[in-house]
Design a binder for this molecule. Sequence first.
Ligand code: SIN
Ligand code: CO
Length: 378
Amino acid sequence: MIAQSRMDILKPTPLLGALSPEDFMRRHWQKKPLLVLQAVPGGVALQTRAELFALAGQDGVEARLIVHDEAGWTLRHGPIARRTFPKVDQPRWTVLVQGVDLHVEAAHALLSQFRFVPDARLDDLMISWASDGGGVGPHVDSYDVFLLQVQGRRRWRIGRTRDTTLVPDVPLRILQNFEAEEEWLLEPGDMLYLPPGWAHDGVAEGECMTASIGFRAPPKETLGREVLQRVLDAAEEPESDVLYQDRGQPATREPGRIPADLQAFAADAVARLLKDPKALQCAMGELLTEPKANVWFAPADVLPVGSGVQLDRRTRMMYDDHHVFINGESFKAGGRDARLMRRLADARVLTPEQVRQLSDDALDLLDEWVEAGWATPH
Ligand code: SIN
Ligand code: CO
């Protein structure tokens, strides 16, 4: 069930080792690691080994198979047919499946427990299965991660990255001179939070399954380019346009030189295109809610009268002060409709009572989303 009552960010939770989400964000987020014993008491059933292997073989699912043997490290990308996997009792191999939350409701529900971090930062839930001794080698990630032990045991060693030299000629980013500062053996239900930049090495002791709750952080330059592209795409062609005028232009002996006034005119034109912060915010909201590659929705019937509504687990919905964004589209919203749509984005459900309060226009929109498979009756 994704439908959840609003999270109490002040309440201590076993998920964060008896810290409240607020304490966790203040003390640990992007700052220092946290080991949580029995974050999910008794562990969590997400996928059987066979189910995970089957998922790794599906088209459109991002999967990797990593084998470490006498010949060194090998990496294969999915889809990976089950029959081509090594035997499960062969040591030192692992299969990693990205985006399991898009396919498996229990994985989506687990990811939802981390919604004390904005959705704009939450990325996906990866599950890895490893045979005895398996892992991806010591490495460092650019993003925050919660590593939750699902089944079996895994020994984690972590340390600050002092030396970023990589092992040459291997298809993975493996640190050559990893030095562990701390070490723990995680049991099912235990969890380790790591901020970006902490080197880590997780090695299975017996077969094991680990879930990674991963985050995304847009690179500044890339985000800038993508937002700009969208703003330009959305800017309408002007019906009439102002021409450059140069009554003050004196006669020139340097006809090849571009006039400084013309340069200033161009700079002003560009600044005008970008001067509306709402246009930038709108473009960013659309970008952030763009569905992941390989996500498609199954069209459905309209919303039955008197029904509530629930967002499909693959739907991305966010909002800002002026817009509501869903799956790459933006809508202006105000008043009660905006309040209810924001509620839908936060809680991912609306009760029948809340749906009844929507205006006819907003209800039409909701109908379209249900027909597109972005939301379902609830
Ligand atoms: C794993 O599950 O084996 C790898 C997770 C990680 O180290 O980021
Ligand atoms: Co990692």
